[in-house]
Design a binder for this molecule. Structure first.
Ligand code: NAD
Length: 500
């Protein structure tokens, strides 16, 4: 599909894509593809007010009926998968297959949320008092504010809004300033679903805020928004988390990763090779779960590291919309400069570097294609503490699994981790209490590419939030405990006697 076909399939009109002050550039060639209109502070205030009103009506619609709205959204997404996947690829630079994968993830979470809409169940709990019942209810909480990053411009919104909507909440979304077009497109698709759904859906149920961080900050500070789900860098979370806490709001923080993978002596090396390659160079190293560090046992080091280096030489780098491409561009010049700086630092620490540097600069002078890099770290105590959002794979040798796990964990972030092993003792050690300290700990699967059925998120500076599957929905609701007395007495808890 060409750009015009993509815009027209997603009903993006001239009004949506021109005349504004926020320019949008396609990472594939650096060309300007749109200028969108940004929100003002007064506009944000009005949208939050509308969302607050919409919430009051939406929370009264029965859960299974709310699920019907998300079912309609899922149907529309199935229909628009190719167009939206292409727009993702165009606007954030990931290859088309991954753009499609992102839309599939949206469809999957819609299906999950529809089922969930009939299962928002609490508990009945044994009361210590006679003729009393204790129950736990889950109630809608209010407008949910969503702030998302450029690298998953549509899936993160869907993870949050599909759950929030079935939980009875209204949603307010501020997409990344680098990917507002996919934001506008998704918002319109949800408006279509709302129109098909009918009048049970209140006006203003979904709000979109276009702008830079200052626009997000207004929502973060607004106590009418009880939940802020923010996805992005640790630096962003370090500001957003305390601000939300200061007004006693709830935040769901999904921040940076520094993900490691261990290749044990018994590993199936073919699987490990494939897992590392996709994890390290897929999405041009711009996934929160990208494989950044690999610890290879010294007995298999020479069987896998040369193979990886050879594969890096043959990677097809190029236009993300070309089906032959495996590695698309970085998002922008700043990302390229960050990669160069990280490689320089690694070299100064004795790292041996293969790859790196700009690619295809003659063909695309305004785009930032790079050669993915492998850095062999040779010092026994080497580690890398920072996440560089680019395809740099640091490789370390290890001889003792306990030591490898300790080095894997010895970083500020705690998102994703993996071990390749056929030894059950090693696999169970990796996932035991003293094993990986990450939110995700995979065995014989790489660090990236999570399914929506599990809870997604990580520990430490990754923020501690959980989204998507399992019981993540509870973060979008408030818990209510209710004790009911059907006796003719009023016994106090703990047997307290008060008065005669
Ligand atoms: P970023 O932190 O620069 O921006 C993310 C979003 O936060 C944007 O919408 C931005 O406008 C907004 N923002 C920034 N500062 C803000 C503030 N003070 N108040 C309110 N909003 C603010 O991140 P990015 O460059 O777009 O994305 C890459 C980062 O996101 C990486 O660190 C990556 O690991 C992380 N990420 C994490 C996950 C996860 O689920 N853990 C998923 C995707 C990306």
């Amino acid at each position: 599909m060409n750009i015009q076909e993509i815009f027209s399939a997603l009903n993006l009109t001239d009004n949506d894509i021109s005349g504004g002050t926020l320019d949008v550039f396609a990472p594939r060639d650096g060309a300007k593809i749109a200028s969108v209109t940004m929100d003002t502070a007064a506009g944000v205030d009005a949208k939050i007010a509308k969302s607050t009103e919409a919430f009051k009506a939406w929370r009264m619609v029965p859960g299974p009926r709310r699920g019907e709205l998300v079912r309609l959204l899922g149907e529309i997404l199935r229909d628009k998968k190719e167009a939206l996947g292409s727009l993702v690829s165009l606007e954030c630079g990931k290859i088309y297959q991954e753009g499609l994968g992102e839309v599939q993830e949206m469809i999957d979470i819609c299906d999950f949320a529809v089922g969930l809409s009939r299962q928002l169940y609490g508990l009945t709990i044994a009361s210590e008092r006679p003729l009393h019942k204790m129950r736990e209810y889950w109630q809608p909480i209010g407008p949910v504010g969503i702030i998302s990053a450029f690298n998953f411009p549509v899936a993160v919104w869907a993870w949050n809004s599909a759950l929030a909507l079935v939980c009875g909440d209204s949603v307010i979304w501020k997409p990344s300033e680098k990917t507002p077009l996919t934001g506008i497109a998704c918002h319109k698709l949800l408006q279509d679903a709302i129109a098909r759904f009918g009048e049970d859906a209140p006006d203003g149920l979904s709000q979109l805020l276009i702008g830079e961080r200052d626009i997000g900050e207004i929502m973060v500070d607004d106590k009418r928004v009880p939940v802020i789900s923010a996805t992005g860098s640790c630096a962003m979370g370090r500001i957003v988390g305390p601000k939300v806490a200061a007004r006693f709001g709830r935040s769901i923080l999904e921040l940076g990763g520094n993900n490691a993978l261990i290749v044990a002596p018994s590993a199936d090396l073919d699987l490990a090779f494939q897992g590392i390659l996709f994890g390290a160079v897929g999405t041009c190293g711009q996934r929160c779960t990208s494989t950044r560090r690999v610890f290879v046992h010294d007995s298999v080091y020479d069987q896998i590291v040369p193979r990886l280096k050879k594969a890096y030489e043959g990677l097809s780098i190029g236009d993300p919309l070309d089906p032959k491409t495996l590695v698309g561009p970085l998002i922008d010049q700043q990302s390229y400069e960050n990669m160069e700086a990280a490689l320089k630092l690694a070299a100064s620490r004795g790292g041996e570097i293969v790859g790196g540097g700009r690619a295809l600069a003659d063909q695309y002078p305004n785009a930032y294609y790079v050669n993915p890099a492998i850095v062999e770290m040779t010092g026994a105590d080497d580690n890398v503490q920072e996440e560089t959002f680019a395809p740099i794979l640091y490789i370390f040798k290890y001889s003792d699994l306990t030591d490898a796990i300790a080095r894997q964990n010895d970083v500020p972030q705690g998102l994703s981790s993996a071990i390749f092993t056929r030894d059950v003792l090693e696999a169970e050690t990796f996932t035991c209490e003293a094993g990986s300290d990450c939110g995700i700990a995979n065995v014989n699967i790489g660090t990236s590419g999570a399914e929506i059925g599990g809870a997604f998120g990580g520990e430490k500076e990754t923020g501690g939030g959980r989204e998507s599957g399992s019981d993540s929905w509870k973060a979008y609701m408030r818990r209510m405990t209710s004790t009911l007395n059907y006796s003719t007495e009023l016994p106090l808890a703990q047997g307290i006697k008060f008065g005669s």
